[in-house]
Design a protein around this ligand. Structure first.
Ligand SMILES: Cc1cc2nc3c(=O)[nH]c(=O)nc-3n(C[C@H](O)[C@H](O)[C@H](O)COP(=O)(O)O)c2cc1C
Length: 175
């Protein structure tokens, strides 16, 4: 056994890292890029703000995925934070059955700087980034970006969440 692998409190069992992560609630986003004129999207929860000045954020992208090739080629990407009504978009952008060219068919979006990246018109908030660094980290690539554009919502709505491997929403009745 890997001596550095974390142990649970009893020290007897290895923790299942993936299972532990399902207990952390996250906002759900569509990350998009445009490579050689073709749009690519993934559903993601790994967006992390890193710095305010300069404005930097990172995403983690599975190495070997179509999206990894596309985003590394484009060196530009967008983040569209999904609203709670957008489960169908989240399911579509994570479906393995999607073809290479149908990622945004029928989903209204706008072209933005840099690199003509698409931002979903329905996004709770949208951001675009220019890639400034890439770090290989195990089976994912950490892609660091500098903020280029901000798309603020015209209304206040609630985000779609991911918790316990299902889509979820904020309970407004809770104190
Ligand atoms: C809730 C959720 C969060 C995800 N977060 C990420 C992520 O942060 N990075 C990533 O590379 N894939 C993430 N995925 C997987 C992608 O959305 C997509 O399913 C995967 O890239 C499809 O594999 P393919 O590109 O080989 O077709 C997530 C999927 C779901 C359902």
């Amino acid at each position: 056994m890997d001596a550095e692998y974390p142990l649970d409190r009893s020290g007897q069992q290895s923790l299942d890292f993936h299972a532990v992560l399902t207990h952390i609630a996250s906002s759900v986003m569509v990350i998009a890029t445009c490579s050689e004129g073709v749009d690519h999207t993934i559903t993601a929860t790994t967006f992390t703000p890193v710095s305010f000045s300069p404005p930097l954020a990172l995403i983690c992208v599975r190495i070997g995925s179509q999206f990894e090739t596309a985003v590394r080629n484009a060196r530009a990407w967008s983040v569209s934070v999904l609203r709670e009504a957008d489960v169908a978009i989240a399911e579509r952008s994570s479906a393995r059955s999607r073809t290479k060219t149908d990622h945004l068919d029928g989903i209204p979006h706008s072209r933005c700087r840099p690199g003509n990246v698409p931002v979903l018109d329905s996004a709770l908030v949208g951001m675009t980034f220019r890639t400034t660094a890439e770090y290989a980290a195990g089976d994912h690539m950490i892609v660091l970006g500098h903020l280029v554009e901000l798309h603020l919502p015209s209304d206040r709505d609630f985000p779609l969440l991911r918790f316990h491997q299902t889509y979820s929403v904020i309970d407004r009745s809770a104190p």
